[in-house]
Design a protein around this ligand. Sequence first.
Ligand SMILES: Cc1cc2nc3c(=O)[nH]c(=O)nc-3n(C[C@H](O)[C@H](O)[C@H](O)COP(=O)(O)OP(=O)(O)OC[C@H]3O[C@@H](n4cnc5c(N)ncnc54)[C@H](O)[C@@H]3O)c2cc1C
Length: 405
Amino acid sequence: MSEKTALISGIGIGGPTLAFWLQAAGFEPTLIEHAPALRTGGYVVDFWGLGYDIAERMGLASDIERVGYHMREMRIVDDRGRRAAGFGTRVFRELTGGRFVTLGRSDLSRLLFEKIGRTTEVIFGNEIVGLQEDADGVQVQFKSGSERRFDLVIGADGLHSTVRRLAFGPQDLFEKHLGYVVAAFEVRGYRPRDEDIYVVFGQPGRMLARFALHDDRTLFLFIFATDVNPPKPMNGLSEQKKMLHEQFGTDKWESRFILDELDRAPDLYFDRVSQIKMKNWSKGRVALVGDAAFCASLMAGQGSALAMTAAYVLAGELANASGRHEAAFRKYEGLLRAYIGSKQAGAERFSSAFAPKSRWGLFLRNQVIRACAIPGLARLAFGRDIIDTLQLPDYDWPAPTRTAV
Ligand SMILES: Cc1cc2nc3c(=O)[nH]c(=O)nc-3n(C[C@H](O)[C@H](O)[C@H](O)COP(=O)(O)OP(=O)(O)OC[C@H]3O[C@@H](n4cnc5c(N)ncnc54)[C@H](O)[C@@H]3O)c2cc1C
């Protein structure tokens, strides 16, 4: 193979998955992450389908089950915390043959990283600031002031990807805002707790949820609708907290106590809910995977699995292409574009019903959720979006890593 080195920007979900499979393909990947260390906290993700299959191929299935949660119920509560609607979530495990788990995004990221961290060059606390491509490679400038050369550069750096901006253009060319802002934080010792139940309090245009985590931690998730498109850059923790107070400050249920916890929280995940839509996911020697290429948003409930699928397929096609990266990139896009497009379309449909903007919309949403408690109806409602239609390709990995099969 003539091309061997690949710089991967971002150690989230797609980045470490790609490093693992690129190593199996005989490449020398280097991972770079702008945070000083692996990110902790954040939010939880539902995980199933092709992502689960790939995790299994990486030898991670039992770890994922160990650190994850098996949700029993999605429960909508009223002003006084009484159950207003809801459904048992066993249907998700049934539809996926028991391969459905909810786990911290940062736990998933850590497990993936642990598979590769010791055998791969890893750079924390630095980032790419310039890319110059020529016939033989890409000259990369780093924020630290140094420069290096790589055969390929891959952006796995999420919704606000720097690699995408440097290679393809500004984010607003590709971003479609879905009309919501999302925020999440976790605390220790909050009461009440409802183990393995997703407790949701909805008001027109917004929702607040809590989820009991291991070690007496609780995760809180805020989502609110906004017409500003896209909302202003949300700089600064105190500005973000102020915005959440404005949105949720007069709400009932546990909102007041949760906002008190928020005031004490040292950090907060806070972002707009958007999708990324691009005509191409590669250009010359630069390619994108995961949210950087095709963020489907939290409304898809599957972004982690999609990032892992893209990483696996990209590495597999590079393994097959004997150094012809353009052919590999074309095949990668060809295999995944329709599948990802359908996931994005599903997420857009779901987003319009997610946090209804009127009381009537809320009532209707709750009726639909109630109907999902009827055996069989939940299968009908979720079956199409849950069951993956894409067959994961099998590749010959020229240099299987210790754990790759
Ligand atoms: C509230 C919420 C709920 C969600 N629920 C689900 C769910 O239920 N199921 C599911 O599968 N998905 C869910 N998702 C989506 C999922 O988290 C993402 O799709 C997934 O994390 C994408 O992985 P990624 O590796 O592409 O990007 P990320 O996980 O975002 O990782 C990107 C990494 O790149 C780093 N980075 C950023 N900029 C730079 C830079 N300039 N240089 C170097 N590094 C950089 C970041 O620090 C980060 O570590 C949810 C998302 C949200 C916000």
